[in-house]
Design a binder for this molecule. Structure first.
Ligand code: SF4
Length: 208
């Protein structure tokens, strides 16, 4: 484990956040499956990192109740309802857009299901590749807006200005002309409830 990762885990301890380091995505998936009981319900927000781990697929296959708002064939209303149910599930899974070296976790959200789930679900597991670590909070927000979100807009064909050219134009990014993805920003500085928030940091580049 490099010094930067070591320091980050210590910084999370100070913030009452449990940090785990896993060498690769396979061990990260195993860690996650070990922590979540099969009897637990699970909510999650869309994440390339979770897809790369195969987390949702494995949880469904072994019998967890998973509130999946991205299921093919469901209506927009059904999807929004599953987002609400997901934020109230026993476990909520997400990946941050960026992490500062001091341990702050940054999440951008369009609808707020991600910010709600991460900030209020009974148990939260956050997974991130080491590529999401930034030197400080300012850089973490910058990374989220200028790097991660334009790539997510492209991936989801989201009708924002950055979808067209990969560059954030936040001053014009409002309805009805555009569909803005960066509507809410959550910064987790610390946790009050013991054992609620866990971060699995993976020693690989994952997600955007
Ligand atoms: S504010 Fe708009 S243009 Fe900027 S990154 Fe977010 S969605 Fe894209």
């Amino acid at each position: 484990m490099d010094k930067r990762v070591n320091n980050l885990i210590k910084n999370w301890q100070k913030r009452n956040i449990q940090g785990f380091y896993c060498r690769d995505k396979e061990s990260a998936l195993n860690e996650m499956l070990e922590v979540i009981p099969v009897s637990s319900s699970v909510g999650f927000s869309g994440s390339v990192t979770l897809d790369q781990l195969g987390a949702i697929k494995h949880l469904i296959a072994r019998g967890n109740t998973v509130f999946n708002p991205y299921k093919e064939g469901i209506s927009r209303g059904e999807s929004m309802e599953l987002r609400r149910q997901g934020a109230l599930a026993d476990y909520y899974l997400a990946s941050p857009n960026a992490i500062s070296e001091k341990g702050e976790l940054v999440f951008f959200s369009a609808y707020g299901n991600r910010t709600t789930g991460v900030s209020y679900a009974r148990n939260v597991i956050v997974v991130a590749g080491i590529n999401k670590i930034t030197p400080n909070l300012e850089e973490a927000i910058k990374r989220s807006r200028e790097q991660a979100t334009p790539l997510n807009c492209k991936r989801l064909k989201w009708e924002s200005p950055c979808f067209a050219d990969g560059i954030c134009h936040q001053e014009i990014c409002f309805a009805p002309e555009y569909k803005r993805m960066c509507c809410q920003i959550l910064i987790i500085e610390a946790e009050v409830t013991q054992d609620r928030l866990k971060v699995i940091l993976v020693g690989e580049n994952l997600g955007f």
